[in-house]
Design a binder for this molecule. Structure first.
Ligand code: F6R
Length: 632
């Protein structure tokens, strides 16, 4: 994972780089560091200095280190780390300085073992356990061997590595240049007025520019104050007379419509809480311009499938990881119930490593907030190779998964900074309902009256969400009483039908931010094992809105109560039977049974948030996690 930044321009860069890293801290926060070129000495004919400051822990530790050792200069690079190779120590923190070169890197160099062995045999000494230091050595060697520029040296060095990287390099030898390159890890450029920025993700640049270049895999760029020079590096396999070729490319900047304030907390204690409360607006943005009530239909232009192609779909395969996988499970149910197309959901991390069979007639729907998750991207590429059509549902415009797809339906939920996904989950749900209705209408299996009721219900969801969010205080009380309670060490989440993925999501949220062990289960599976866990200490959160599963789940609640389990029930307003059995009840408004997930997930997000906040964990940056998983 990790986040990288770079700057070249007229302004002192240390503050700009640290602010950029702060916006990327969600990508990793084990250690951080900066390398800055101080060119003041060159005025007096001396070579510029290249100073590095690094610190273990969060960015605040780097701030402290920079107060002790300020870095002065207008050209620099920075890094916030999620440890892959080597523990989070200062020696393993980036930037890595070798000779006259400093490097920051996000990704994994797969042939690091053989390269390190080769470099050690040549007498190279390593100061860290990281794969990144290998890249720094390779660039340093290229410069020593007479490469005409830092760009050329970096290009030659990168032609030797395999794997994923987003890399930024500076050198004392060429102090008016930052070289960056991308292969499988995300990297964007920000175009300023007489200044240039690079970063792993757009929010790091929003305070300075909204003109963004999304680099492609294989791009290598030389950044000068005046702008970027980009080339495409194509490394040939063994046996080719030339090891690689490069061709100049033009990448046109896109103006992104995210505002800098969207990447701020705006008075909320945590990004996660702000993002929970942003969900009604996020859904409005996902629906905007796509719901056409007049014709009981969805404008699916972006889905990019003609009528014939829609008729030819034999199966929909949804690919995703983590929270997005939970949205995909709900999506599968909607595609089957509304579009009557056989659908299956796959964990991308499993799909890509088995001999999964997809091909013509399959519509693969990749669901990813970041659009960069390595497993989902690899699964998409595999499905595409096999001839499937790929539609991605992503939040980050121009990210790798949409680029690898035939078409993209963006969720437009705005930047999500909290590591635990909330608003992007419900925005994904909205996109999946839109897709299902669109498919159902095109295939003639969804009656206009039913589509109309559903779309009308969807349009009303944001205001119903606002009503649920007004119960935040009640959720906080329940979190204190049931989950934060000292005797509650585990928690079970149960649901059926569309409430099953919501139970999974509730359990994942609780685990990841509060470190309370939680399991999400299909309530019908209880008797097949988990019921053994239930005792008077065990909180059981039951997602039981009024729908076709209500009576069945009411029986499950009885089974829990018969074993003294403590029940927190999420029910529809006016419910009496399950409410009567539960210790705590949180109500959602009456809604079309197909749309309950939008409302039932909100109390679960709030329960997790408040449980974590009561425990005092780091809600926005939970331990061991990073938001964008760009490694396998
Ligand atoms: C959990 C969470 C993760 C992501 C997963 C996939 O709150 O955020 O489980 O959902 O890493 O990420 P995307 O959606 O970016 O592909």
């Amino acid at each position: 994972m990790c986040g990288i930044v770079g700057y070249i321009g007229p302004r002192p860069c240390a503050g700009i780089l640290v602010d950029g890293l702060r916006k990327l801290e969600y990508r990793g926060y084990d250690s951080a560091g900066l390398a800055v070129l101080d060119t003041r000495a060159s005025v007096a004919g001396e070579p510029p200095r290249l100073d590095v400051v690094r610190a273990v822990g969060k960015l605040s530790r780097l701030d402290d280190a920079l107060r002790e050792h300020p870095l002065i200069g207008n050209v620099g690079i920075g890094h916030t780390r999620w440890a892959t190779h080597g523990r989070p120590t200062e020696a393993n923190a980036h930037p890595h300085l070798v000779g006259e070169v400093a490097v920051v890197h996000n990704g994994i160099l797969e042939n690091h073992v053989e390269l390190r062995r080769e470099l050690v045999a040549k007498g190279r000494k390593f100061a860290s356990e990281t794969d990144t230091e290998i890249a720094a050595h390779l660039i340093d060697i290229e410069l020593a061997n007479g490469a005409s520029s830092l760009f050329e040296a970096t290009r030659n060095a990168l032609s030797r590595v395999r794997g994923a990287y987003a890399i930024a390099v500076v050198s004392r030898k060429e102090p008016d240049v930052v070289v960056v390159a991308k292969s499988f890890s995300p990297l964007v450029l920000g175009i300023g007025d007489g200044e240039m920025f690079a970063a792993s993700d757009v929010p790091a640049l929003l305070a300075h520019t909204r003109d963004i270049v999304f680099l492609e895999d294989g791009d290598i760029a030389e950044l000068r104050r005046s702008g970027p020079k980009i080339q495409r590096l194509l490394v040939h396999g063994d046996g080719s007379p030339e090891r690689f070729t490069v061709t100049p490319v033009v990448r046109t900047p896109r103006r992104v419509d995210w505002s800098p304030s969207q990447a701020e907390k705006l008075g909320y204690k945590h990004f996660m809480l702000k993002e929970i409360f942003e969900q009604p607006a996020a859904i409005e943005n996902t629906l905007r311009g796509r719901v056409v009530l007049e014709s009981s239909d969805v404008d699916g232009t972006e889905i990019g499938l003609g009528d014939d192609a829609v008729q030819r779909i034999r199966r929909v395969v949804l690919l995703a990881c983590g929270t997005s996988h939970h949205a995909a499970i709900a999506g599968r149910n909607w595609i089957e119930s509304l579009a009557k197309i056989p659908a299956q959901v796959e964990l991308a991390s499993e799909f890509r490593y088995r001999d999964a069979i997809v091909g013509e007639g399959d519509l693969v729907v990749a669901v990813s907030q970041s659009g960069e998750t390595a497993d989902t991207l690899a699964a998409v590429r595999d499905a595409k190779r096999q001839g499937a059509k790929i539609l991605s549902i992503a939040n980050v415009v121009g990210s790798a998964i949409p680029r690898a797809s035939d078409a993209a339906l963006y969720t437009h939920a705005g930047p999500e900074i909290g590591v635990a996904s909330t608003k992007c989950f419900t925005a994904q749900l909205a996109a999946l309902v839109l897709l299902s209705v669109w498919l159902g209408r095109r295939r003639g299996v969804l009656a206009p009256e039913r589509a109309q009721r559903l779309l009308q219900g969807l349009v009303e969801v944001p205001s119903q969400m606002r009503a649920v969010l007004e119960q935040a205080d009640a959720c906080q009380r329940v979190a204190r009483r049931q989950i934060y309670a000292p005797e509650a060490r585990d928690c079970l989440f149960l649901g059926r039908g569309l409430s099953f993925p919501i139970a999974l999501e509730g359990a994942l949220k609780l685990k990841e931010i509060s470190y309370v062990h939680a399991e999400g289960y299909a309530a019908g599976e209880m008797k097949h094992g988990p019921i053994a866990l239930i005792d008077a200490q065990m909180p059981v959160v039951v997602v039981a809105p009024r729908d076709q599963h209500y009576e069945k789940i009411a029986s499950n609640v009885q089974e829990v109560r018969a074993r003294d389990g403590r029940v927190v029930a999420i029910v529809t307003a006016g419910d009496s039977s399950i409410s009567a059995m539960a210790q705590d009840v949180i109500e959602i408004p009456e809604v079309d049974p197909e749309l309950t997930p939008f409302l039932t997930v909100l109390p679960l997000q709030l329960l997790s948030y408040y449980a974590a906040d009561l425990k005092g964990t780091d809600v926005d940056q939970p331990r061991n996690l990073a938001k964008t998983v760009t490694v396998e």
